[in-house]
Structures are given as structure tokens and as C-alpha cells.
Design a protein around this ligand. Structure first.
Ligand code: ADP
Ligand code: MG
Length: 329
């Protein structure tokens, strides 16, 4: 007999993630109860992943569990917030023990790494859909926003944008499955696929940007589009220099320079941070971030006026309502 909903919750989700002293009541009652630290603001985000839309059909369940939490931790990172608690609404066509165990393990590893406790959720049957809500906190006055940038502020990005988009393309090409646990060898295709399957949300970087960045956004829909959202929220335009983009050796080896630039500017699923810094603060912040081991690169500038543009030498790459546009000027 297949396990009941109650047995499933008890077996896989009742003690998942970090043990936190501030959880007064976790999984098992009608609602969870937590203690907010004094003087902190509650910061909340929720994101839904639908099979076939946000991840390929048949993705490794450990990756699905990891990504469902990671995309939300990335949103909290962009706010400079410290994640603490998560809720999980899981809709799945059937309750398979092997699938649930791997899904829970993927979620668990990332939750523990960030000190996040799973405090509740919902379990229903239907097409595979995962909603995770993350709750966290940040001190009064320390929350990062999209809207604080000014014309002249330097624009930065963390990590290796474009790798995840190439990794997704490789996943969709239908090669043999890859999981974090099973990862052996270090060829470029494998490392790019792992970047899509197991993104690393930049939570520590977000906290390090408190009081230093003028604005911040996480990069989920493509660097140029998301830098554009930050710019618009700040009442600015943005100009990125393709020659400054951090193009990873693996991405360059797989794609060559032109497609690597397109992946970095327009590919989704990076979960890096894009942030702005007033020019007079840039050098000190760069030194502090480098000393703390954060990989960031200055890639452009906020501009007066509303255009969102990337330049590559004499070529202008513009994101228009028609999407990606590449033309010479
Ligand atoms: P109710 O019917 O009162 O909403 P449920 O039977 O749906 O309660 O859930 C019972 C308990 O199990 C609640 O504490 C709920 O938060 C938790 N729960 C249900 N599904 C999940 C899940 N997928 N992950 C974590 N906790 C869950
Ligand atoms: Mg209830």
C-alpha cells in the first residue's frame, strides 16, 4: 500500500533542514510559529517551479529539491537578508519513495548549508509543481533594494553568468543524467550542467553588500534584462561592456566568445547578484569583497535616461520588446 500523505510528511519533511532555537512550533500543527529577532524586519519571498517550464521533465529529484530552495535563497540574498525558515508546497503526480528521498536530500543539503529550517508546507497530488517560501530577516535600514541606484554608479555581477544557460541547453540535449553526488571528472559540459542543476545562491555576498551597494537584484531572467529592471527601478538606464563580462573558461571552451557573451547577457537561471556601487565607494568595496573571497566583476555603469544596452567594441547589443537584438552602429 502506498504511504499516506501523513506518513510521507512525517518520513521526509518533519525534521528537514537546520535545527533552529527560534522555531517555537514547526511541522505538525496547523501553522508554524517562530520568534523574530528583536529589531529585525521580516523579509519574505516565494517562487514556484513547474516541471517542463522551470526545469526539464525527468530532472534529477535532488536538483529539483535544491533549485526550489536555491531560487528563493537567491531572492533573499538580493535583499541582503539572512534566510531562516522555509515552507514547501509540493504537488506531485504520485508519491514515489525513491523520488521523495532524493528530492528531500537535495533540499536538505542546501537548507543546512544556509541554516534554514523547514517549518511547514502542503502536500497535494497533481502535475509536478514545487512552491517554496523562504522567510528571513535583516536589520532595520540594511535591506537592499532595486531602486537605490543613481546615474554614474558602477554595475557589478558576481560569479560566472551564462554558465547555467549553457548547462540547461546541454541538459535539454538529453545526455546521461548528472547529479551532485554522482559527479566525477571535471569536463566542461559536466561543470556547466551542474551550474544549472545546483546553483549556489549568493547569500553571504548579499549580506556583505549591506550599507555598500546602492541597489541589488538577483539574476534569474538574464543579466541584461535584470540589470535593466534594476536600472528602471532606480530611474536610470544601464550600459554594460561585453568586454568586461566574466566569461568562464568552461563556457568559452564550449561556446566560443560570441555565444558565451550572448549566454552571459541573455541566458537565464544564473542566480548571481547584479548590484550597483557609487563610484567613490567602488575601490574599497572591491578590496573588501576580494579579501572575503567573493568573486565579483565591474561590468558597466548606470546612465541618465532609460536605455538598456550592452556594447561590444563598436557593436551594440540591445534588449528590445522583441527580445535579444544584435546590430552594428
Ligand atoms: P492542514 O490540513 O491543517 O493544512 P496538513 O495536513 O496539510 O495540515 O499538514 C500537516 C502539517 O504538515 C502542517 O504542519 C504542515 O505545515 C506540514 N506539511 C505538510 N506538507 C508539508 C511539506 N511538503 N513539507 C513540510 N511540511 C509539510
Ligand atoms: Mg489546518
Amino acid at each position: 500500500m502506498p504511504p499516506s500523505e501523513f506518513e510521507l510528511i512525517e518520513r521526509y519533511f518533519s525534521r528537514l533542514g537546520a535545527a533552529r532555537a527560534d522555531v517555537a512550533l514547526g511541522v505538525g500543527d496547523d501553522a508554524a510559529v517562530v520568534e523574530m529577532p528583536a529589531g529585525q524586519l521580516l523579509v519574505a519571498a516565494i517562487d514556484t517551479l513547474v516541471e517542463g517550464v522551470h526545469f526539464p521533465r525527468g530532472s534529477p529529484p535532488s536538483s529539483i529539491g535544491h533549485r526550489a530552495l536555491a531560487v528563493n535563497l537567491s531572492d533573499l540574498a538580493a535583499m541582503g537578508a539572512e534566510p531562516a525558515w522555509a515552507l514547501l508546497a509540493l504537488t506531485m503526480p504520485e508519491a514515489r519513495a525513491d523520488w521523495l528521498a532524493a528530492f528531500a536530500a537535495g533540499f536538505e543539503a542546501l537548507a543546512r548549508a544556509h541554516g534554514v529550517a523547514l517549518i511547514g508546507g502542503d502536500t497535494t497530488s497533481g502535475p509536478l509543481t514545487i512552491s517554496v517560501q523562504v522567510l528571513g530577516f535583516a536589520p532595520q535600514g540594511a535591506v537592499l533594494r532595486r531602486s537605490g541606484g543613481r546615474a554614474g554608479d558602477a554595475v557589478y555581477v558576481s560569479g560566472w553568468p551564462g554558465e547555467a544557460a549553457e548547462g540547461l541547453a546541454l541538459e535539454l540535449a538529453g545526455t546521461a543524467p548528472v547529479t551532485a553526488a554522482g559527479a566525477v571528472g571535471d569536463d566542461d559540459a559536466r561543470s556547466l550542467r551542474l551550474r544549472f542543476l545546483f546553483p549556489a545562491p549568493r547569500v553571504a555576498l548579499g549580506r556583505a553588500l549591506r550599507g555598500a551597494a546602492s541597489a541589488c537584484i538577483d539574476v534569474s531572467d538574464g543579466l541584461l534584462a535584470d540589470a535593466g529592471k534594476l536600472a528602471r527601478a532606480s530611474g536610470c538606464g544601464v550600459e554594460l561592456d561585453a568586454g568586461l563580462l566574466p566569461l568562464s573558461p568552461a563556457l568559452l571552451a564550449r561556446c566560443g566568445r560570441a555565444r558565451a557573451i550572448e549566454r552571459a547577457l541573455c541566458g537565464g537561471d544564473d542566480y548571481e547578484l547584479c548590484f550597483t556601487v557609487p563610484p567613490e565607494r567602488a575601490a574599497a568595496l572591491e578590496a573588501r569583497l576580494a579579501a572575503a573571497g567573493h568573486l565579483v566583476r565591474r561590468i558597466g555603469v548606470l546612465t541618465a535616461g532609460g536605455t538598456v544596452v550592452a556594447r561590444d567594441g563598436g557593436t551594440v547589443i540591445e534588449v528590445s520588446s522583441r527580445g535579444f537584438d544584435h546590430f552594428a552602429r
